[in-house]
Design a protein around this ligand. Sequence first.
Ligand SMILES: [Zn+2]
Length: 181
Amino acid sequence: MKKFVLLAGAALLVITFKYADHPGVASKLSGVTLPFKVAMLYAKEPDVELSVPVEGVSVKQIKNTWHAPRSGGRLHEGQDIFAPRGTAVRSATAGYVMSVGENALGGNTVFVMGAGGRNYYYAHLDSYAEGLAVSDYVTPGTVLGYVGTTGNAAGAAPHLHFGVYTPGGAVDPLPLLKDTP
Ligand SMILES: [Zn+2]
């Protein structure tokens, strides 16, 4: 019974997340059947250190774009990590792939749910890692896709948009990022 409540709670939290920076994603996630193991992730403490999710980029190279103004009065709910097109995007955490798909702002996107029910959002991908699918288990370093300019990054320099969504809303990823050893 407790397990069922956890699962229902997990599903509800996912559906009610406010994807203010990337509307349309929440509705997509609501159709996903969450595996039981995802619900168990909620019981774990959230990761306090995240690997920089772009190959070859160090923390000090990331220019802080958290809450920078964006079109339509939005605030930027993540960090843009610039790298040449085609650079590998690697998972910052362990977790389960919750969604692989397109939305208007994010272009080609991947959501990974990690410990504490946090969702990690990878957007503007040029392409996905071959065979990547919903419910795949990933670990820090697993290739999710490749840096690009899809979605509203068209015309901009290639970069990864990286977002961290807690059950209470978006948080700044930058203080959590650590250089990959
Ligand atoms: Zn961005």
